[in-house]
Design a protein around this ligand. Structure first.
Ligand SMILES: N[C@@H](CCC(=O)N[C@@H](CS)C(=O)NCC(=O)O)C(=O)O
Length: 339
């Protein structure tokens, strides 16, 4: 079975890289398999993490569940494939996974030379620094000569070098292949500083024995728009992945929730009708049913609900919405109109 899946997907991928639109096969492959293969983190609290029973939770995990719900009307029709920073892009290119939702930053090189497309940004982030309070420093500009633990294959490494060079600071970077090794080396004192996306700092800090002895410095040194990633050459699939996020954002804008979505089916509000498919057939041109968005909201919730549950006040991370607030509330989360 796995061989058939990989063969079909590899064929799709080969054609995709070669001839573009011909390979609009991902949705059909997923329907044929009966489940979505989602590239996930190896274990990042709040974003993508399996528990001891193998139950996956997190903001990125729920995005994948929302895509599966739109396709199968069942959020459990997903197989999560844990991928390290180094292996994640090959897994998308080869078709091992149908979509990557794994705290991955949208950059021009990834969006072009790697033959990938970014769907939607489900978390606007930026890189920061974690240090011991005992170091008694208040700013990253005081890190001259510091040893910094960082993970390979990430934008983190590149930003770190740029920041230290731009601020004429001497840098000793200590690099590791996985976040596990990186945070353990930091905790063991092999470096003064741990750096990654700010959301990752809050998540990894939870794993430290004495989390309160560590603090996040105020500087955010980069833009890290974290989003869903698919292969080039399958516009239909990219539309599905992209509009699933926008449907969940629009639901939050319109006050449509997991709990009230069935009541909202009776709403006379034209925006709600178009979102839930009681007016207009916006799912169908993408190969979905017209109630695709309804299914995602019914089974997973709107963006605000998912945020609070996974990384916000309903979670151990307690991250505030900040840049991930709706545009109507001063944030960057903005969905194009469903019309
Ligand atoms: N957003 C950055 C960094 C993403 C990243 O991989 N962060 C690390 C540190 S928290 C991570 O998730 N590691 C988990 C792993 O590779 O197992 C990127 O796309 O390069």
């Amino acid at each position: 079975m796995k061989k058939i899946i990989l063969a079909a997907a590899a064929l799709g991928a080969a054609v995709a890289i070669g001839a573009g639109a011909a390979s609009a096969q991902t949705l059909n492959n997923v329907k044929q398999k009966g489940f979505l293969q989602c590239g996930a983190n190896t274990g990042l609290a709040g974003f993508g993490q399996p528990d001891a029973q193998g139950n996956w939770t997190g903001l990125d995990v729920d995005y994948c569940r929302a895509i599966a719900a739109a396709i199968f009307n069942d959020p459990t029709k997903v197989k999560f494939v844990p991928l390290s920073a180094k292996d994640r892009f090959t897994a998308v290119q080869s078709g091992e996974v149908d979509v990557l939702v794994r705290n991955t930053t949208w950059t021009i090189s990834r969006d072009t030379s790697l033959g990938l497309n970014f769907g939607a940004i489900n978390y606007y982030d930026g890189q920061g620094f974690l240090v011991r309070k005992s170091l008694k420093i208040a700013s990253a500009l005081e890190l001259n000569g510091a040893s910094v633990c960082v993970q390979q294959g990430t934008t983190t490494e590149l930003n770190l070098a740029d920041y230290f060079r731009a601020n004429k600071l001497e840098l000793k970077s200590v690099t590791f292949a996985t976040s596990d090794e990186t945070i353990k080396a930091y905790e063991a004192g092999r470096c003064d500083v741990f750096t990654t996306d700010a959301s990752g700092l809050y998540a990894e800090r939870l794993r430290l024995a004495k989390a309160d002895e560590h603090m996040v410095l105020p500087e955010i040194i980069s833009k890290e728009p974290l989003g869903s990633t698919v292969r080039h050459g399958d516009d239909q699939w990219r539309d599905i992945v992209q509009w699933t996020h926008y449907a969940m954002l629009t639901a939050e804008e319109l006050g449509v929730t997991k709990a009230n979505v069935d009541t909202m089916l009776k709403s006379e509000n034209p925006d709600v009708k178009r979102l839930l498919g009681t007016e207009g057939k916006f799912g169908e041109p993408m190969g979905l049913t017209s109630d695709g968005a309804y299914r995602s909201i019914k089974h997973v919730g709107n963006y605000g609900e998912v945020f609070e549950r996974t990384v916000g006040n309903g979670s151990p991370l307690k991250i505030s919405r900040g840049q991930n607030a709706l545009w109507t509330k001063g944030g960057l989360q903005y969905a194009p109109p469903i019309r």
